[in-house]
Design a protein around this ligand. Structure first.
Ligand code: AMP
Length: 362
C-alpha cells in the first residue's frame, strides 16, 4: 500500500510515522527543502499544483490525502478521476473560505458567532452596527494561527482596520467572551463508520495553540460537540479526520472553524489515546476498521514554539516530539505530551512543562 500526501510538514511527518506501524509507504509532495516529513518518506520537491508531480502521485499511490487546508482545490480536481482523494474536495473547499464555512454551519444547524461580510469600508460600519464592539475582522482565505485578523475595539479603530486588511475578502465576527475553547475530532472511514475523540480543552496565545488537555469533564458539551461533528462528517460524505473548534459559553457551544485534516489539538492522542488521530486518519482513507478513541490516562500537550529549549528535553516522563524544523519566532517546532493518572496530576505536570518551556524560550 502506498499513500500520497500533499504537504510534508509536521502533520505529514506524524502521519508518516503512523503509516510505518501499519506497514504502509508514504510519498509526499512539497516544495520545501528538507521538510519534516522527509524523515519518513520520499518527498517530491515540487509546487502543490505541479501537474507532473500530481500525476505521479495519482499513478503510483493507492490513495491521496493532504495535511493542510490551503492545497489548491483545483489540484485535487485534476487527479480525482485517477485516484481516490480523501478528505473530499468539497470539505476542503468549505474550509478554505470562512464565509462558505459559516454558511455550512448555518445550514447544518450548528450555532456560531454572528458575522457580517465585508466588501467595502461602509460594510465595516454596518458590521459594527449589527454585531457591536468589540468584533474581529478576519481574511476569508489563507488565515491561520490568528494571522490575517484584526480586533476592532472602538469606532476609532475602523480606519486602521481597513488600512490593515482592506483589499482582501473579509468577514467580521462578533467577539465571543468565551469561558474556554474546545475541539472535537472525529474520523469517518469509506464505509461510513465514525469514531469521535474525547473533547480537548485548548488554550491559545496570540492566536496560536499553546496547550491542549483531554479528556474534558463536561459530558453534556461533549455529547453536543460529538453530534455536530457527526452531522458534518455525514453531510460532507467525509473520509478521514476532521477537527471542529468551538467556543464554550456557559452550557452553549459556538463553532469557530473546522479543519479537514489531522489537527494540532489532537497531538496528545499519540500517547493519550488507544489509537492516535494520525493512525485513524490512515485507517479511514484505507477503509480499514477504525481504532478505539478511548483515553489512555489524562493527556496534556504543550506546543514548542519559536525554539526548543534544552531544559525542555530534560523533563522526566514526558514525550518530546521534535519536528526537525529550524527555529524561527512563532514557528511550531515540536510538542511535548504528558500523561497523568488523574486530571489534577496531569494539570500540575502540564503547568510545570509549560513554565519550563516558556521561561527558557528566547
Ligand atoms: P482562528 O484563526 O479563527 O481560529 O482564531 C484564532 C484564535 O483567536 C481562536 O482560537 C480564539 O482564541 C481567538 N478568536 C478567534 N475568533 C474569535 C472571536 N470571534 N471571539 C473571540 N476570540 C476569537
Amino acid at each position: 500500500m502506498r499513500i500520497g500526501i500533499i504537504g510534508a510538514g509536521q502533520l505529514g511527518q506524524m502521519l508518516g510515522f503512523a503509516a510505518r506501524d501499519l506497514g504502509v509507504e508514504c510519498v509526499f509532495l512539497d516544495p520545501s527543502d528538507q521538510p519534516p516529513a522527509a524523515a519518513c518518506g520520499h518527498v517530491i520537491q515540487r509546487p502543490f499544483d505541479d501537474t507532473m508531480a500530481l500525476s505521479e502521485l495519482a499513478a503510483t499511490c493507492d490513495v491521496v490525502t493532504y495535511e493542510f487546508e490551503n492545497v489548491p482545490v483545483e489540484a485535487l480536481h485534476r487527479i480525482e478521476d485517477k485516484v481516490a482523494i480523501y478528505p473530499p474536495a468539497g470539505a476542503l473547499q468549505h474550509s478554505q473560505d470562512r464565509l462558505a464555512e459559516k454558511k455550512l454551519f448555518d445550514r447544518l444547524g450548528i450555532p456560531l458567532p454572528g458575522y457580517h461580510v465585508i466588501d467595502t469600508r461602509n460594510d465595516l460600519d454596518a458590521a459594527v452596527d449589527k454585531l457591536g464592539l468589540p468584533l474581529v475582522i478576519k481574511t476569508r482565505r489563507l488565515g491561520y494561527d490568528g494571522k490575517g485578523q484584526f480586533v476592532l475595539r472602538e469606532q476609532a479603530d475602523i480606519d486602521t482596520a481597513w488600512q490593515t486588511l482592506g483589499g482582501n475578502d473579509l468577514i467580521a465576527e462578533q467577539w465571543v467572551p468565551f469561558d474556554y475553547e474546545v475541539s472535537c475530532i472525529g474520523v469517518r472511514n469509506v464505509d461510513g463508520d465514525i469514531v469521535i475523540y474525547p473533547l480537548s480543552h485548548n488554550v491559545h496565545e496570540g492566536g496560536i495553540l499553546r496547550t491542549s488537555r483531554s479528556p474534558v469533564d463536561a459530558p453534556a458539551l461533549a455529547e453536543t460537540a460529538e453530534q455536530y461533528v457527526r452531522t458534518m462528517l455525514e453531510h460532507l460524505d467525509y473520509v478521514g479526520t476532521l477537527a471542529l473548534e468551538l467556543f464554550v459559553c456557559g452550557d452553549e457551544l459556538l463553532a469557530n472553524e473546522f479543519a479537514p485534516r489531522v489537527h494540532n489539538s489532537g497531538h496528545w492522542s499519540i500517547e493519550g489515546s488507544a489509537t492516535s488521530q494520525f493512525e485513524n486518519h490512515l485507517r479511514a482513507i484505507l477503509n480499514r476498521p477504525l481504532g478505539s478513541t478511548a483515553s489512555v490516562g489524562h493527556a496534556g500537550m504543550v506546543n514548542l514554539i519559536g525554539d526548543i529549549p534544552a531544559a525542555a528535553l530534560e523533563i522526566d516522563e514526558t514525550h518530546v516530539h521534535d519536528y526537525g524544523k529550524s527555529p524561527r519566532p512563532g514557528r511550531k517546532l515540536g510538542h511535548i505530551t504528558v500523561i497523568g493518572e488523574a486530571p489534577a496530576e496531569r494539570d500540575k505536570f502540564l503547568d510545570t512543562v509549560y513554565r519550563i518551556v516558556t521561561q527558557s524560550s528566547c
